[in-house]
Design a protein around this ligand. Structure first.
Ligand code: HEC
Ligand code: HEC
Length: 348
């Protein structure tokens, strides 16, 4: 009898401990799948551990180099800014400003800095999608006169070639290349690093079978988010990032956001009137931490952003309860970045 009890206790203990799935998410030994969990898994899918590059395989050396570049103000003209200035990895990949000032001259940009976290899951980069990949995107802020302000590619490469550390790091990241310190490799390395910036959260544990990972209120918020139709645009493992939609389907957006300037979005690039006011649907991962909201950071309060979305994207006045529940659900999307990736490297 005593023995049977002991075995039972041991069994219970081991089933509480849990194990890890492929993504490193803790899931219980006996996963539970309710209808809502199954539904959420089918709608959003499983968050990958990282996103492979179609142009150049990701290696530890490339990631290490990309990380060093990401944090290094050497990539701005006056040495005052790194990627991390506007996409701070210790504050969820953003600077929490409506607009970000650029290198030395301090000229203010015209759009809100989106997070680099989970950006690898997007089908295109920038609010208007004008860069197809992270690698294509990575070079742009460096050469943007109101961002990092480097005059041209050659200028940046000469600087890096003057550094013994970078000569070594590029050579070990790109061992096949005769002249590894070049612009293309710089963008590949930054891209490789960003492809690892994925932040699993309690929501991922929940859809992996841990029914207790999110609270009842968060579950209700998830249910509301599905039922009112937010998922027509915010789908996939990033809850967005995979389509372009008109901002203000039912009402001009600036009337609700009180935006100071009217930004036409995608049509400014494509010159196609059908794309007027179209923006990339943003990811909602870590959304509770990345205020202010929208492409111009015009709304500071997340509940207000939720209310506006219901009104102008779905023509629905959400009840205060619905707004509260969705707000709670968003808290379950606050994730964790591997601390090794987030930690700023030491510069000599
Ligand atoms: C001065 C601030 C600033 C700096 C420095 C900066 N960025 Fe950005 N970043 C922005 C802004 C603003 C946008 C949005 C611009 C737009 O969509 O038109 C952006 C967009 C992005 C995006 C697209 C994300 C998405 O959701 O579409 C990525 C990725 C990114 N930056 C990475 C980087 C990298 C890598 C560096 C360093 C090489 C860098 N940024 C430097 C402000 C900055
Ligand atoms: C028809 C498509 C569509 C629907 C439906 C939709 N959204 Fe959005 N959502 C967008 C677009 C596009 C943006 C970006 C708008 C901009 O800033 O230019 C956005 C932005 C947001 C933002 C701000 C994100 C950020 O990083 O600034 C939040 C929060 C949000 N949506 C929540 C919701 C909620 C909650 C619902 C349901 C009530 C919803 N959305 C329904 C398309 C949609």
């Amino acid at each position: 009898m005593k023995n049977t009890m002991l075995i039972l206790v041991l069994f219970l203990l081991s089933s509480c401990k849990g194990n890890k799935d492929k993504q490193g998410t803790d899931i219980p030994l006996i996963p539970v799948f309710t209808e809502l969990q199954n539904k959420a898994k089918a709608i959003f899918g499983v968050l990958p551990g990282w996103v492979d590059s179609p142009i150049s395989p990701i290696t530890d050396e490339k990631v290490q180099l990309g990380k060093t570049l990401y944090f290094d103000p050497v990539l701005s003209k006056n040495g005052t800014q790194s990627c991390n200035t506007c996409h701070n990895l210790s504050t969820y990949g953003v600077d929490n400003k409506s607009f970000s000032p650029g290198d030395a001259e301090g000229t203010i940009g015209v759009r809100n800095s989106p997070s680099t976290l989970n950006a690898a899951l997007h089908t295109a980069q920038f609010w208007d999608g004008r860069a197809k990949t992270l690698e294509e995107q990575a070079g742009k802020p460096i050469l943007n006169p109101i961002e990092m302000g480097i005059p041209d590619e050659k200028f940046a490469i000469e600087r890096l070639k003057n550094s013994e550390k970078y000569r070594k790091m590029f050579a070990s990241a790109f061992p096949e290349d005769k002249d590894p310190v070049n612009w293309n490799n710089l963008t590949i390395a930054i891209g490789a690093f960003e492809r690892k910036l994925i932040t699993p959260s309690r929501f991922d544990k929940y859809i992996a079978g841990d029914d207790k990972a999110i609270t009842d209120k968060e579950k209700q918020g998830l249910q509301d988010f599905i039922d009112v139709g937010c998922i027509t645009c915010h789908t996939g493992p990033a809850l967005g990032g995979n389509s372009f939609q008109k901002f203000g389907v039912y009402k001009e957006y600036w009337k609700e956001t009180k935006s100071a300037k009217i930004d036409a979005g995608k049509s400014d690039i494509s010159k196609n009137d059908a794309e007027k006011y179209m923006f990339k649907v943003p990811s909602l991962r870590n959304i509770a931490k990345t205020a202010p909201y929208f492409h111009d950071g015009s709304v500071k309060d997340l509940k207000e952003a939720i209310r506006i979305m219901g009104k102008i994207q779905l023509d629905k006045e959400l009840t205060p309860d619905q707004v509260d529940n969705i707000f709670a659900f968003f808290g379950s999307l606050t994730g964790e970045l591997n601390p090794e990736l987030a930690k700023a490297p030491q510069y000599p």
